[in-house]
Design a protein around this ligand. Structure first.
Ligand code: E4P
Length: 219
């Protein structure tokens, strides 16, 4: 399973990249705003800076919600770097735009997906990635991982090449759940990725090894 980090924070992207486990980045307008990035030029420069750090796909979301606007914006974003994936919302014009980008060989990430039917449409339109938001479903007491399972089944039934990008991941249990189901990618915060490192028996075991070593060395 590929690991994407869901942030526009350059320091966190660098930390994940340095850990050696990062396969890509997802951003969205809220994450860009959180970093104080606004204005066309700043946004463009920020995407370029992310592409310089990361070795993999970088999702950049369109702001337009009409077909022509999404095409114009998406083509501008895609021209920035071959790593750019145009992130398009799951709306009618978004599906049409995904079809257009797919024919032109421009990678897409269909975002804001909350049902298997939406994921089926995204795959039919030729999306490179589909992003079901599992954390936001959990927030309204709907099992987000169950949606990943449904999409996996549907895509495998028909051999769709669209990659399931489990989004809105909140913690390490989500990552493990996605891995067991067979999601192609997960995107989450740095904290969820680094939480995978942690086990109390690792910490106490290491402390014991070091203490025994020091004792044997007469320290
Ligand atoms: C997906 O690409 C989105 O950026 C993201 O995962 C949204 O997650 P949130 O629910 O934590 O905002």
């Amino acid at each position: 399973m590929k690991f994407f980090i869901d942030t526009a924070n350059l320091a966190q992207i660098k930390e994940a990249q340095d850990l050696g486990v990062l396969d890509g980045v997802t951003t969205n307008p809220s994450l860009m705003a959180k970093e104080g990035i606004s204005g066309e030029e700043n946004v463009i420069n920020h995407y370029k800076a992310i592409c310089e750090i990361v070795d993999g796909d970088v999702s950049a979301e369109v702001i337009s919600t009409d077909y022509e606007g999404m095409i114009k914006e998406g083509e501008q974003l895609a021209a920035l770097d071959s790593k750019i994936v145009v992130k398009v919302p799951m709306i009618k014009d978004g599906v049409k735009a995904i079809k257009y980008f797919s024919k032109k060989g421009i990678k897409t990430n269909c975002t804001l997906v909350f049902s298997a039917g939406q994921a089926l449409l995204a795959a039919k339109a030729g999306a490179t990635y589909v992003s079901p938001f599992i954390g936001r479903l959990d927030d309204i007491s709907v099992d987000g991982l169950n949606l990943i399972e449904e999409i996996r089944l549907i895509y495998d039934n028909y051999g769709f090449q669209t990659q399931i990008l489990a989004a809105s991941v909140r913690h390490s249990a989500h990552i493990l759940g996605c891995a067991k189901i067979g999601a192609d990618v997960m995107t989450g915060p740095l904290s969820a990725i680094t939480a995978l490192l942690k086990h109390p028996l690792t910490d106490s075991g290491l402390a014991q090894f070091l203490a025994d070593h020091a004792k044997a060395a007469g320290k």
